[in-house]
Write a protein of this length. Structure first.
Length: 67
């Protein structure tokens, strides 16, 4: 196993792109645009209030062979 550390600076816009590019996007399905806008603003505010400045995107990579 090899560890590949990666920390991504987490500005509000980047954090929202992570939401939209993941399974979390499904939670927004069917919501009216004003509700999605409200959630986006609240999410950014919570990140700032909690001092979350980066996303730990570290990966573990394993390589194997077949006998």
């Amino acid at each position: 196993m090899t560890r590949f550390p990666l920390r991504i600076p987490l500005a509000s816009a980047v954090a929202w792109q992570v939401v939209l590019g993941s399974g979390f996007r499904g939670m927004l399905t069917g919501l009216a645009e004003p509700a999605v806008d409200h959630l986006r603003a609240a999410f950014g505010r919570l990140l700032r209030e909690r001092g979350m400045t980066d996303l730990d995107a570290t990966s573990l990579i394993g390589v194997g062979t077949r006998p």
